[in-house]
Design a protein around this ligand. Structure first.
Ligand code: C5P
Length: 219
């Protein structure tokens, strides 16, 4: 069969958006499809890794040969990731909501005739990548993504440091790129050594290249 350079390596990948409840029927979300994260999980499994995918709510199928754990909220995603440490490699691709509603309602919020709209008070979500990057059980290789609409490289470099990551995969998610929710991606690989710009590729191809890069770094 195909060579399995990552046989015996444990990997956690996060993917998709998170949904942060406002009340039992409403939530805050983003446009992430999970395509890139799921493709990375599949590509790593193809190289023989033992992959757990922690996915937010997506409409795409679970990848083959990958244990997939489904969560909704950032806090659930953090718990699902941390409880599975130690692992060798963590690839945090999920578009985690930065904020959640400070106290989501237990019942559906009713529109009251003549009353002002309810204010939405937000509070900060835990940063999963940053937590993993600074954890006492930190994986040997910690990889994050940086979805930006401006100053992609500068923001990516800052994230490398702040989040304790070894690599940041930075992409421009400005609406005109069609990347967020789309099938193609154009990324820059940012490490302490510098920046490598990849051409525009299918998300599956980005995943395969990244899996090969990961395998070369651990091999
Ligand atoms: O800070 P920012 O959201 O731009 O960083 C993006 C990277 O951090 C991605 O790898 C994303 O999965 C991760 N992240 C996270 N938890 C958060 C926010 C971002 O793991 N709460």
């Amino acid at each position: 069969g195909a060579p399995k350079p990552l046989a015996g390596k444990k990997v956690i990948v996060t993917s998709g958006p998170t949904h942060e409840p406002i009340d039992p029927v409403r939530y805050i979300a983003n446009r992430s499809s999970g395509r890139q994260g799921h493709a990375i999980a599949a590509a790593l499994a193809k190289l023989g890794a033992d992959v757990t995918l922690v996915s937010g709510p997506v409409t795409i199928p679970d990848p083959m040969a990958v244990e997939t754990v489904h969560v909704e909220r950032a806090e659930e995603m953090l718990e699902a990731v941390i409880s599975r440490l130690p692992v060798d490699i963590a690839v945090m691709v999920a578009a985690v909501a930065d904020w959640r509603v400070a106290s989501s309602a237990g019942q559906k919020i009713k529109k009251q005739p003549g009353e002002a709209p309810p204010p939405l008070l937000l509070t900060e979500n835990p940063d999963i990548l940053k937590t993993v990057g600074h954890h006492e059980k930190r994986p040997k290789l910690v990889i994050g993504f940086a979805a930006e609409t401006q100053d992609v490289e500068k923001n990516g470099r800052a994230k490398l440091e702040r989040k304790g990551a070894d690599l940041i995969v930075a992409n421009d998610v400005s609406p005109e790129t069609g990347i967020m929710g789309g099938t193609r991606n154009r990324v820059k690989i940012i490490s302490a050594k510098g920046v490598d710009e990849w051409p525009e590729l299918d998300k599956d191809e980005v995943a395969e290249r990244l899996a090969a890069l990961i395998s070369s770094k651990l091999g």
